[in-house]
Design a protein around this ligand. Structure first.
Ligand code: FES
Ligand SMILES: [Fe+2]
Length: 644
């Protein structure tokens, strides 16, 4: 086997092992089949059998991989900490909490193997070997410290065992309480324990206890089931509850809008980038936007730069659109094609379409670089119904398929995967409107009557919005029977033909599906548009989108697509005016927060979702400059504690 083939084999085996971890974590040990693994890896069942002889073989390799990954991480961290035993113990704690291993999938899979190990001697042996090795590392260092302090060495054994038990307890906590379980709190608790029993060695590693900030508290009903457990931001002990709103809203307790300061604040914007945009799926293009090898589409999201590219094997991959030499952008514009390989415009380094580094111009002038490790940084992708999604940081959140599951059945007849782009990916102008302001406007139909007379003429009061789990929302409206008296609107309503692939109730429906945080599919009978609100800077955004449709040569269909674009362009202009008014008002001083109507349920949920991830947004007034991230971390910790 050539070196390249061997490498490919390793990559495939690793992909399958990762898929096994995910499948065991989500389905449980007994219900995980090779078919699940193949599906999770996006491969055929036959491929799994090609790389692993049997399910037993695959599972055994998966357990070895988990154990070695964990041991390797600990070993590297402890070695890097130097010779001081206390530093080595703290490095051990930090490595144990490394998100690479301290995450729901891995812990769920490890615990599943542990449970099986009773009846499976191979598993028992692997689990035991690695448990013993890590326990020994801890107890050796702690005993050393105990000896230095002149205390009996038996103290060291007890302390090391207790520390191990605490670590494992926190692993189980993560399993039960999910992704929101506060990492900083766990680290603080473990070091605090050590500092209490061995102050002479660990006091200096303790961090100052979090100051309790003043909170503005409200109750937020109707929380998203899939959100972190701190989401129902219920009253904390000792905090006064605000007066409920006088409207009698069924949004339990009255959900308040996000405070005005969050719509233009550098520090909050930074938190949004890290905790919202990096961790949520973003659509970049459709597979049919990148049909040939070298075709690419890009996504510029806040400060992040992403490119999706079709490689020579036909796979679609995503990378940071950043050169490894001195960081120049590699793929210009919204989309394009690299003919033979990706060539950096700055100094001419080139990369293969699979991201590997192909050549460094004048390579002999560089120090020795391991070119195999100097490819482009790859990003997670998921293909959902033909659309290519990327996620910059995997925090074990749901897949796009899981997020969109409630709508899978009703969207199936549209056949998104078969659609073709009916125009290039377009970008609107950069506007002085925060991305949240634009999304706020999109997520409610309460403004349609006064704000969009054209839509009101076409749809009347049929606009119904509903919020769903994982931050999705749907707005449904049906064309009136009586055509509008305005030319473009009336003509669209008259010309719209029937579509054989759609059920009766969708023949004349405009349905909008929004995905947290910043995108939506606008689903019309004649086409689908993808709508994406790009954060550009605090208080600035830009809409990016694309239109897709099944091939349909009927003249009336072409006319309807043109008319629908014209109508929606008018709607977009009206929305821009409205969101301008709002942005001005948010920055004008007296306004802090408002209350939502029942007709703004998707929007209320959107704000809850943001507060759940960034609880600093519960504060009506902005914290002192430079403190926003700290206050946010403190509030996250405090909410986690209060929820226990
Ligand atoms: S920055 Fe890309 S080659 Fe120099
Ligand atoms: Fe609108």
């Amino acid at each position: 086997m050539t070196a390249k083939a061997a490498e490919k084999k390793d990559v495939r085996r690793k992909d399958l092992i990762e898929a096994t971890i995910s499948a065991i974590a989500h389905n449980g040990f007994a219900r995980t089949t090779l078919a699940d693994v193949a599906a999770a890896a996006g491969l055929s069942r036959g491929i799994v059998n090609f790389y692993f002889e049997s399910k037993d073989d695959l599972f055994l390799e998966t357990l070895r991989y988990l154990a070695e990954e964990y041991a390797g991480l600990i070993r590297a961290a402890v070695d890097a900490a130097g010779s001081d035993p206390a530093a080595r113990v703290v490095a051990f704690i930090d490595a144990d909490l490394n998100p690479r291993v301290w995450n729901l999938d891995r812990i769920a899979a490890w615990v599943a193997f542990l449970a099986e190990s009773k009846s499976h001697p191979d598993y028992r042996e692997i689990c035991r070997r690695y448990d013993v090795a890590s326990a020994e590392e801890l107890s050796n260092q702690i005993e050393l410290l105990i000896l230095r302090s002149g205390r009996p060495s038996s103290d060291g054994v007890v302390i090391a065992r207790c520390l191990s038990a605490m670590q494992q307890g926190f692993w189980y906590d993560l399993l039960f309480y999910g992704e929101s379980y506060d990492h900083a709190f766990v680290r603080g608790a473990l070091v605090d324990y050590l500092a209490r029993v061995m102050p002479e060695s660990f006091d200096s590693y303790r961090r100052a206890p979090a100051q309790r900030p003043t909170l503005s508290v409200y109750t937020a009903g109707g929380a998203d089931d899939a959100l972190p457990r701190e989401l129902p931001l219920t009253a904390l002990p000792g905090d006064p509850l605000p007066e409920p709103p006088a409207t009698g809203s069924t949004l339990a307790g009255g959900v308040k809008t996000l405070p005005a300061w969050t719509y233009k604040n550098d520090e909050f914007y930074q938190l949004e980038t890290e905790h919202i945009f990096d961790t949520h799926w973003q659509v970049v293009c459709h597979l049919n936007d990148v049909k040939k090898a070298g075709d690419y589409a890009t996504l510029d999201l806040a400060t992040r730069r992403v490119a999706v590219i079709r490689d020579k094997a036909g796979d679609v991959r995503a990378f940071h659109n950043v050169c490894r030499h001195r960081a120049a952008r590699l793929c210009p514009g919204k989309h394009g094609n690299h003919r033979f390989n990706i060539v950096c415009p700055y100094h001419g380094w080139s990369y293969n379409f699979d991201g590997t580094l192909r050549a460094m111009s004048e390579g002999h002038t560089f120090p020795e670089i391991d070119t195999d490790k100097f490819g482009l940084w790859e990003i997670d992708t998921e293909i959902w119904n033909g659309f290519v999604f990327v996620r910059l940081k995997n925090d074990d959140g749901p897949s796009v398929e899981q997020i969109m599951a409630p709508y899978a059945e009703e969207l199936a007849p549209y056949r998104f995967a078969e659609m073709e782009p009916i125009g290039p990916i377009w970008t609107g102008p950069v506007v002085n409107t925060d991305w949240k302001n634009t999304m706020d406007n999109y997520l409610e139909g309460y403004h349609i009557n006064p704000g969009h007379p054209g839509l009101f003429r076409m749809f009347g009061n049929s606009y119904v919005t509903e919020a769903n789990e994982h931050g999705t929302g749907r707005a449904f409206s049906v064309l009136k029977d009586e055509p509008s008296s305005v030319w473009a609107e009336g003509l669209y309503m008259k010309l719209l033909p029937s579509f054989d692939h759609l059920p009766e109730e969708r023949q004349r429906a405009w349905v909008y599906y929004s995905l947290f945080p910043n995108m939506a599919f606008d689903v019309y009978p004649d086409q689908v548009t993808v709508f994406h609100v790009m954060p550009i800077a605090p208080g600035k955004s830009q809409v990016v989108g694309g239109a897709y449709a099944l091939p349909d040569a009927r003249r009336e269909v072409k006319a309807c697509r043109w008319l629908s674009n014209r109508i929606n362009h008018q709607v977009w202009l009206e929305d821009n005016e409205l969101t301008d008014l709002v942005q001005e008002g948010l920055q004008s001083g007296p306004y802090t927060t408002g209350y939502f109507s029942e007709k703004e349920v998707c929007l209320a949920r959107f704000h809850q979702n943001i507060r759940a991830r960034l609880p600093v947004a519960t504060l009506d007034r902005v914290p002192h400059e430079g403190n926003v991230a700290d206050v946010n971390a403190q509030l996250s910790r405090r909410l986690a504690e209060a929820a226990e």
